[in-house]
Design a binder for this molecule. Structure first.
Ligand SMILES: C[S@@+](CC[C@H](N)C(=O)[O-])C[C@H]1O[C@@H](n2cnc3c(N)ncnc32)[C@H](O)[C@@H]1O
Length: 218
C-alpha cells in the first residue's frame, strides 16, 4: 500500500518539469497546463535551448530555433524527431522563407538570457505575432526587473484585440533560492503560488516577471 502511494507520488512528480527554483517551476506548471491543450500542425520553440519544454507541445511537428548550435545538436540527439534551426530568433521571425507555425513558445530568454539583446524584446514579440498563422497561439514570458511597466503596457497595448483570449500573470517570487531545497518542496511552493496569486509576487515586492498565453490569433 505504502509502496503504491510512493510510486503514485513519484509519477506525479515525474510528470512535471521541476526547475532550479520554485519560481521557475511555477512557469513550467503554467506551460504544462496551457501549452499541452493547444493543438496544431507546427509548434515552434523559440530559443528552445535543450528542448526541455518539448514535452509540453501537442503539435504534430516540433521545431526548435536557437542561436547556440552545440546546444541544439546535443538536444536533437535526445529528441531525434525535432526539427532544428540554428539562428537568432529575431532573424528567423523576419525571414520570409521560414515556415510559419500554429504555436509559438519563447521562455526564459527575453529579459533573462545573456545572449539575447533585451532591446529587441518588444520587436521580437511583435514579430512573433506577425509570423504566427491565423488561429494560432503564442506563449511567452518576459523578465524585467527594470522598466517593467513600459514592457507590460506596450506589449499589452499591442496584443489587445489580436487574440480571442489573452491570459496574463505576474510572478517573480522565489526565483532564486538562497539555499538548496528538495524538488518536491519547490514543486509544492510552485503549486501554492499557482493557487494564491499574491504570493507569486510576494505581495508586489517581486513583481518582476510576466507570463502571457495568447490563444487563437484573430
Ligand atoms: C535559459 S535558455 C532557455 C531555454 C528554453 N526556452 C527553456 O525555457 O528551457 C535560453 C536560450 O536562449 C538562447 N538564445 C538567447 N538569445 C537568443 C537569440 N537571440 N536567438 C536564438 N536563441 C537565443 C540561448 O542559446 C539559450 O539556449
Amino acid at each position: 500500500m505504502l509502496i503504491k502511494f510512493f510510486s503514485f507520488l513519484k509519477n506525479i512528480y515525474g510528470s512535471h518539469r521541476v526547475g532550479a527554483s520554485a519560481g521557475k517551476t511555477l512557469l513550467w506548471l503554467w506551460l504544462k497546463r496551457d501549452l499541452t491543450k493547444i493543438n496544431g500542425d507546427l509548434g515552434i520553440d523559440l530559443a528552445g535551448g535543450d528542448m526541455d519544454n518539448k514535452r509540453f507541445f501537442s503539435t504534430k511537428k516540433y521545431l526548435c530555433v536557437d542561436i547556440d548550435a552545440e546546444r541544439l545538436n546535443r538536444a536533437r540527439d535526445k529528441h531525434p524527431d525535432a526539427i532544428i534551426i540554428n539562428s537568432k530568433i529575431e532573424d528567423f521571425l523576419i525571414n520570409e522563407n521560414s515556415e510559419k507555425g500554429d504555436v509559438y513558445l519563447c521562455t526564459q530568454t527575453m529579459g533573462t538570457n545573456n545572449l539575447f539583446d533585451h532591446d529587441n524584446t518588444i520587436q521580437t514579440i511583435k514579430s512573433m505575432y506577425d509570423h504566427l498563422r491565423q488561429g494560432g497561439s503564442m506563449v511567452f514570458n518576459v523578465a524585467c526587473p527594470k522598466n517593467f511597466d513600459h514592457i507590460k503596457n506596450e506589449v499589452g497595448k499591442f496584443l489587445e484585440k489580436k487574440f480571442e483570449n489573452i491570459d496574463t500573470k505576474y510572478y517573480g517570487a522565489f526565483h532564486f533560492s538562497p539555499t538548496w531545497m528538495p524538488g518536491f518542496l519547490r514543486l509544492a511552493i510552485a503549486y501554492i503560488m499557482n493557487f494564491v496569486p499574491p504570493i507569486r509576487t510576494l505581495f508586489t515586492l517581486k513583481k518582476q516577471r510576466i507570463y502571457f498565453c495568447c490563444k487563437n490569433k484573430i
